[in-house]
Design a protein around this ligand. Structure first.
Ligand SMILES: O=C(CO)[C@@H](O)[C@H](O)COP(=O)(O)O
Length: 229
């Protein structure tokens, strides 16, 4: 069942390791078949060194396991919530990549400071609020997806394909799981560059000019060409 999607999701998972976005078992990738309403996701706790295509788990959008010998990732409820609410996405990845996780732990979104950012993200990459707001939340994996969706109430997930989850780490998405890995890689680079830029500017750095942001993002996404046109 879903053999092609399993191959792609397996490849996306292995790319997370190749691109050094994860170590040990600190992350997962998934992909959805929208027609069938089924999601393929990495099994929980399996080290990437031992991961096989046949280990991929199939779940429905309610979280019921449809196929697979292993338990789906503990982040499955978050992936499902995003698939249900962000209708254009076909793949999601979660990592604990260093630079993005630093921003997530600091509770700070990554402001658009330059054209490297603007080529891929049309504005600030947001950080969610605290998941629990002071209460002990036992089912926080379920809540994580809801808090991400709440964060995107007035943000288009197609033009900002990543989020930082407070006290946890980043989630990225795309039209499929491979594009989601690519967006996670770009996020990690932007997180590193933004950190250095803030420090070198000794706290006076402001977000980039809106015209420059528009020009770069819209040009890269086929919406306009150059200044003056
Ligand atoms: O942050 C966590 C656990 O604290 C997870 O994101 C793990 O890093 C990956 O979990 P599995 O996919 O192996 O269940």
């Amino acid at each position: 069942m879903l053999e092609e999607l399993k191959q792609k999701v397996y490849k996306a998972n292995m790319m997370l390791k190749e691109k050094e976005l994860i170590i040990l078992t600190w992350g997962n990738a998934s992909g959805i078949d929208r027609e069938k309403g089924l999601v393929v996701i990495k099994p929980s706790g399996v080290p990437y060194e031992r991961l096989k295509v046949g280990d991929m788990v199939v779940v429905d959008l309610d979280g019921n396991k449809i196929e697979g010998d292993l338990k789906p990732s503990s982040d499955t409820p978050t992936h499902l919530e995003l698939y249900k609410n962000f209708k254009n996405i076909g793949g999601i990845v979660h990592t604990h990549s260093k630079w993005a996780t630093m921003w997530a732990q600091a509770g700070r979104g990554i402001e658009a400071y330059g054209t490297t950012h603007a080529d891929y993200f049309y504005g600030m990459i947001p950080c969610t609020r605290n998941l629990t707001e002071g209460e002990i939340e036992l089912d926080y994996e379920k809540e994580t997806g809801k808090v991400i969706v709440e964060t995107f109430q007035s943000i288009d997930p197609d033009s900002i394909p990543s989020v930082l989850v407070k006290s946890h780490g980043p989630f990225s998405w795309g039209k499929d799981s491979i594009e989601a890995v690519n967006n996670a890689l770009i996020l990690e680079e932007l997180a590193h560059i933004a950190y250095g830029s803030e420090h070198l500017s000794r706290g006076v750095l402001k977000r980039m000019d809106q015209n420059l942001l528009d020009t770069h993002y819209l040009r890269k996404h086929g919406k306009n060409a150059y200044y003056g046109q």
